[in-house]
Design a protein around this ligand. Structure first.
Ligand SMILES: [Fe+2]
Ligand SMILES: [Fe+2]
Length: 185
């Protein structure tokens, strides 16, 4: 399985390198992988291989979807095609569920592995610069605040992660209040 994880990581990197990577996925996904490893310290029973495969594949179609399409749906399709024949069908199905539900939108994470990926994805936003990045690209404060709130909801899946990140959540929340006062728009 180690070999498949390496191949999947290379598949992700080579796909994204073909684009201008304007959302910084080449930094985002390794950050998600760090969080997966960290969350697993609290939940040693989690199938780490499944979550790592899901992490490398969850945003693979980000730059390929058209307006109105959901990258969680297309990434799941790509994950299934890429993994089929490389490993057991059960593993493929588990990874596909992680990818499909990572946004906690229309399909919710049902398995421990999918919950870990959804939580790690949102946690990576809180330890990264996405909120500042969105503001600097002209997104409205209210839009960024909604994103922060969705991330806080999803990191709260695991109380340990919620406890770790609540101080940073409060700092981002304050940052948005102060940024609004600047009235730069
Ligand atoms: Fe995503
Ligand atoms: Fe992501």
């Amino acid at each position: 399985v180690k070999k498949i994880i390496t191949e999947t990581k290379e598949y992700f990197i080579s796909n994204i390198q073909k684009t201008d990577d304007k959302y910084g996925l080449l930094e985002h996904v390794p950050e998600v992988v760090k969080w997966v490893t960290k969350i697993r310290e609290y939940y040693p029973k989690v199938n780490l291989d499944v979550v790592l495969l899901g992490a490398w594949l969850h945003d693979i179609s980000h730059y390929l979807v058209k307006d109105g399409e959901d990258h969680a749906v297309k990434s799941e399709e790509m994950a299934r095609v890429f993994l089929s024949g490389k490993t057991d069908k059960d593993i493929v199905d588990m990874v596909c569920h992680c990818v499909r539900s990572h946004r906690c939108k229309d399909i919710m994470p049902e398995t421990l592995e999918a919950k870990v990926l959804a939580c790690a994805d949102s946690a990576s936003h809180m330890s990264g610069i996405i909120y500042m990045d969105m503001l600097s690209h002209g997104h409205r404060v209210v839009t960024v605040d909604e994103k922060l709130e969705r991330d806080y909801r999803d990191i709260s899946i695991f109380p340990e992660v919620k406890a770790l990140l609540t101080p940073i959540y409060k700092l981002w929340k304050n940052m948005l209040v102060e940024y609004q006062k600047l009235d730069l728009s």
